[in-house]
Ligand binder design. Sequence first.
Ligand code: COA
Length: 251
Amino acid sequence: MSEDIIVERREAVQVIRLNRPEKKNAITRAMYARMAAALQEGDADAAVRCHVFLGVPGAFSAGNDLSDFLAVATGGEAGTEVFDFLAALAAARKPVLSGADGIAVGVGATMHLHCDLTFATPETVFRTPFVDLGLVPEAGSSLLAPRIIGHQRAIALLALGEGLSAAEARDCGLIHRVVPAAELEEAVLAAARAIAAKPAEALRITRDLLRGPRTEVLARIKEEAEHFRARLKSEEARAAFTAFMNRRKGG
Ligand code: COA
């Protein structure tokens, strides 16, 4: 039976793969929980030197599962899985790398703001249709995106929902490198192996200096989450989720 998240160790590199191709790697609550646990377990294990997030060909992730959102919009409990994952990602003590091909939507785009090195294929488009869904930015993106890619690009991405091509994402500093699809995984894994081979303590201090204290970003993730939870129950959001579900039925 296939697993939606596959966690494997490749020597000192922990690979966390989103593996739900039939839904373009839309992320369910169970998938968030598994990814959060993997980050925490890898951080606690001295044999792991860095984490790598990968998707499947054509889809890094279509973001949060919209049926989970619709369940909350229609009265269900939000749960803590998304928040727990984002907190684990923002607080990760070891370097986090990622490789994206194709779809990188919602949290499938914003999670790269927490990564230390991201590779993407020319076919990749980063997109966050939060406002169109009646939602607000998450994952600390309202703080990190303006810092990393600049205010106007952040507005275009996070508020207008404009897509960012892989080349644009590289040019504005969201990602490290654009590589052909056939070379993506080996490029990410080679970078991960190189990181894993560095003197661990010097690398940890260097990364902590570059990232700075996590308190501000963790506080912003919490602040965004409060707005986000309220917005999930809004009429605007309910209408957008229902439209997506109906679009599927309509073909
Ligand atoms: N949540 C739940 N299911 C999703 C999903 C999501 N975020 N994204 C895609 N899927 C499902 C589709 O409903 C479809 O399921 P079905 O085959 O049972 O009908 C399947 O994945 C394939 O998606 P499809 O839309 O046919 O693929 P596509 O290549 O034409 O389009 C996207 C891909 C990502 C552009 C499109 O699916 C989309 O816009 N998804 C929603 C993205 C989104 O808004 N995410 C939340 C951000 S906060």
